[in-house]
Design a protein. Sequence first.
Length: 251
Amino acid sequence: MRTLLIFILFPLLIFSCNQQHSYQLENVDIIKIDDSIPQDENIVSVIKPYRDSLELIMNEVIGRNKSTIRSVKPESPLSSFVADLVLKAGKEFLIRQHADEHPVISVINVRGLRAPLPAGDVTIRNAFEVMPFENQMVAVKLNGKQIETLFNHIASIDGDGISGASFTLIEDRAEKIKIHNQKPNPNSLYWVITSDYLAAGGDHYNIFQQSEQIITSRKTIRDLIIDHIKMLNKNGEIIEPDNTVRITVKQ
């Protein structure tokens, strides 16, 4: 009898789970959330220990900055600083991955750096403000022709953060492209260290989607920034971006 009951109920259960229901919205109330609504002290007391712990983490001083550095196009101290540290981390990552040996450069989008890095004490909160996204570091393999396409795109958007490379921006074209002071060889291969956002075609970096190989790390760009600043601080150094000109603009 029990087996028969299960046999009967099982199809009914499946049928009821698969039924499609339609709903109609009859009315809408807009509730404004502002300071006029009193806090729920019970909820505040529950959240407080977590908020206090988070505040301690976010306010941790990880280094010192000589002066406020900002990110603007075509290049700037902040975009160069981040591109340089990403290049360094990317080279170390490729070694750990036993990747093919090719010249390595880095590209970081200026629009992704959302706040200046302030003068004086630099905290973890500041790093989150600079890079609020969870973008991961990736290594993209391109050939020499694709490298030229890459830099022409960078020129067309008035520049971005680069390291290990340089070019002259004339109108919306990249000329005199150099990879570690050498002209790109169309038949050679190169590694470009960048974010997974750009590697997926973000900001119209479509050339990355034509790559021969992409290796993804588990490190976010923000983590790399934090680690690098901590390393400088441990060595008794302050943040001083390398202001070597990478993009020369000619009218």
